[in-house]
Design a protein. Structure first.
Length: 287
C-alpha cells in the first residue's frame, strides 16, 4: 500500500498526497521539514504537517503575491521579503527591471538550503543575483529593529511570505509586526502578506483586518486560488496609505506589465484588477 502524507492543517477536513519517494526529512532548529515526490505535483514541501509549496502549482501563489503589489506600486526600487525561503517570491521580484535592491529575511537557513537543492526552479538562480541581501534572522526582530533604527532601511514594497500563524510564523500576524512594516515603508509603500484560505480561516482574515486598523489608511485583501492550498480562495492582505494603488484601471496595469516585458503563467492585468473583488461572505465578515 502506498505511503500517504496527510496534511494536519485542519482537524475536521484535509487532503493527502501519495508519497512516491521521501527526498528529505528533518527536524530543523525551528520546525519539522519534509520534502517528498508526488506524481501529480512533483516535489512537495511541508513544514510541521502543512503543505508549503509544490513544483506544479507554486507559480500561481508566487506570481500573485509579487506582481500585484509591484505593478500596483509602479516603481518599486527597494523590496523587502519576510520569509519566502524557497526563493519563489525572490525570483518573481527580480523580474521587475526597476527593482534595485531586495532584502530577504528568512528565519530558517535549512529551508533555503533544501529548496536550492530540491526546488531549484523556485529560485532559478535568484539567490546569486547581486541585488539580493539574504539575512537569516527572525522576521519580527528584524523589522522592529529596522523600523526603530535611526538609519533603518526604507522599502517601497514589503511582502510577507509566511506559513500560517502557528509556530515560528505566529508573530508575523501581530500588530507589532504590521506596525514595524508600516514604519519601514517609504511614502506610497505597500505591504502584502499571505493570509490563509478565507473560507476555512475567516477568523484569520478578520484578525488581520482589525490589526491593520490605525496602521494603514487603506486595508483590504485580494484573492487567488492555489490547488494545494485547499478550501477555496487564498486571501492575500493589502496595507497602504494610498487607496488609489489598488484602484488602477486595467489599462494602467496593462501598460506597466507590457513595459516590464516578461511573461507570466498565471498573473495578467485583468486578473490583477479582478482579484480585489472579494466574495460577499468575506465582505460581511469584515463589517
Amino acid at each position: 500500500m502506498a505511503k500517504r502524507f496527510i496534511e494536519t492543517l485542519y482537524s475536521t477536513y484535509g487532503q493527502s498526497f501519495i508519497v512516491d519517494e521521501v527526498l528529505f526529512e528533518s527536524k530543523t532548529e525551528h520546525q519539522h521539514l519534509i520534502i517528498f515526490k508526488n506524481e501529480q505535483f512533483g516535489h512537495v514541501m511541508a513544514l510541521d504537517g502543512v503543505i508549503q509549496t509544490t513544483e506544479k502549482d507554486e507559480f500561481i501563489y508566487h506570481e500573485m503575491l509579487t506582481h500585484v503589489p509591484l505593478f500596483a506600486h509602479g516603481n518599486a526600487k527597494r523590496v523587502l521579503i519576510i520569509g519566502g525561503g524557497d526563493g519563489g517570491i525572490l525570483r518573481e521580484v527580480l523580474r521587475h527591471p526597476e527593482v534595485e535592491q531586495v532584502t530577504m529575511v528568512e528565519i530558517d537557513a535549512a529551508v533555503v538550503d533544501m529548496c536550492k537543492q530540491y526546488f531549484p526552479k523556485h529560485s532559478d538562480g535568484a539567490f546569486d543575483d547581486p541585488r539580493v541581501n539574504l539575512v537569516i534572522a527572525d522576521g519580527v526582530d528584524f523589522i522592529v529593529h529596522n523600523a526603530n533604527a535611526e538609519n533603518g532601511d526604507r522599502f517601497d514594497v514589503i511582502i510577507s511570505d509566511s506559513t500560517d500563524p502557528e509556530g515560528p510564523a505566529e508573530v508575523l500576524f501581530t500588530s507589532r509586526f504590521y506596525q514595524g512594516c508600516k514604519n519601514s515603508l517609504n511614502e506610497g509603500g505597500i505591504l502584502a502578506t499571505q493570509n490563509g484560505v478565507s473560507f476555512m480561516q475567516i477568523d484569520e482574515v478578520k484578525t488581520t483586518y482589525n490589526r491593520f486598523k490605525g496602521i494603514f489608511d487603506d486595508r483590504w485583501f485580494y484573492v487567488t486560488a492555489v490547488p494545494t492550498y485547499i478550501g477555496g480562495n487564498m486571501t492575500l492582505s493589502w496595507g497602504s496609505d494610498d487607496a488609489t494603488l489598488r484602484q488602477h484601471s486595467v489599462e494602467t496595469i496593462r501598460e506597466r506589465f507590457s513595459k516590464a516585458n516578461f511573461s507570466t503563467r498565471y498573473y495578467n492585468p485583468e486578473l490583477h484588477v479582478a482579484s480585489f473583488a472579494l466574495p460577499q461572505y468575506v465582505i460581511e465578515a469584515l463589517k
